[in-house]
Design a protein around this ligand. Structure first.
Ligand code: SF4
Length: 282
């Protein structure tokens, strides 16, 4: 059994370690969420993770978190020999959808849009349960596992919350997406996350990882669930991860924050703050 840290209250998001408190000292530890935010745009990272400027909750992120709550219920029920039935999973989803975390306001365009999105969760979770990807009676090693590791190769402690760790130490991450995924691209996009999870699980178990799984819940007209097995990271991926953590540690220590205008600005919540930037951290 993997020893875990206590979970932060209300953890049911679907993005990597998003519920680890954002506005703590960014040099206390590095997480995938911090690292990806920093590498994407250092100024956005500063607004989001260093000073913790509030941002609205998008409907798609809220939906993903609610679906995640249904999956979390299912996995916790497997772990504790609880109620793994379809109605119980759907109820967990609906409860999370109707009660946004921390009372955050969700930016729905209209009540109709909200109802339409809410209705999509049930068939999606039914598709997941119907595929029997995971037998309800097989007990996982950990669910929503919060792990911390201090590794000699990394410039900072590494922290992560893993959706599910199977009995063979394979970590599983759930992704709710709108279209059938390009698996090669998704593997590339989630390389840092899967490398981090591998390092955390290996440190906790003292054993080599057998690899990881990405499980996609695809909200197409006919919803479906797709499991994609990813082999354990090679040494070059582990070295690359360590160099990026080093870049993060140096950049944060020097408060080296600047805008990186690009496609990601389209969905950035901090454009007005960004437009006032004249150099420096603020
Ligand atoms: S608007 Fe673009 S450049 Fe500015 S903080 Fe956001 S992502 Fe970075």
């Amino acid at each position: 059994m993997i020893a875990e840290l206590p979970l932060p209250p209300g953890k049911n998001g679907h993005q990597p370690d998003e519920d680890i408190p954002a506005a703590s000292d960014p040099l206390d530890y590095v997480s995938v969420s911090r690292l990806k935010s920093f590498l994407g745009c250092r100024l956005r990272f500063y607004f989001e993770k260093v000073i913790g400027l509030p941002r609205p909750l998008s409907p798609s992120l809220h939906f993903g978190r609610a679906v995640h709550a249904g999956l979390q219920h299912y996995n916790l029920a497997r772990w504790r020999a609880g109620d793994t039935s379809e109605p119980a999973v759907i109820a967990a989803y609906q409860k999370a959808f109707d009660n946004p975390e921390k009372g955050q306001e969700v930016t729905f365009d209209s009540a109709d849009d909200k109802a339409e999105l809410r209705a999509k969760g049930e068939p999606l979770l039914k598709a997941f349960l119907g595929t029997q990807l995971v037998a309800p009676d097989i007990k996982p090693e950990g669910v929503e596992l919060k792990l911390r590791a201090e590794l000699p190769a990394l410039a900072l402690p590494l922290l992560g919350v893993i959706d599910l760790v199977k009995a063979d130490h394979c970590s599983v991450d759930y992704k709710t997406i709108a279209a059938t995924p390009d698996l090669k691209l998704e593997t590339w996009l989630h390389d840092l996350q899967l490398t981090a999870y591998t390092l955390l699980v290996e440190e906790a178990t003292g054993e080599r990882s057998p690899g990881n799984e990405l499980v996609f819940l695809v909200k197409t007209k006919t919803p479906k669930a797709i499991v994609h097995a990813v082999p354990p990271p090679k040494q070059v991926q582990r070295d690359r991860f360590a160099r990026l953590v080093e870049t993060y540690a140096t950049g944060v220590a020097n408060e080296d924050y600047f805008p990186s205008p690009g496609q990601a600005c389209a969905w950035c919540s901090y454009r007005s703050e960004c437009s006032a930037w004249k150099g420096g951290a603020r």
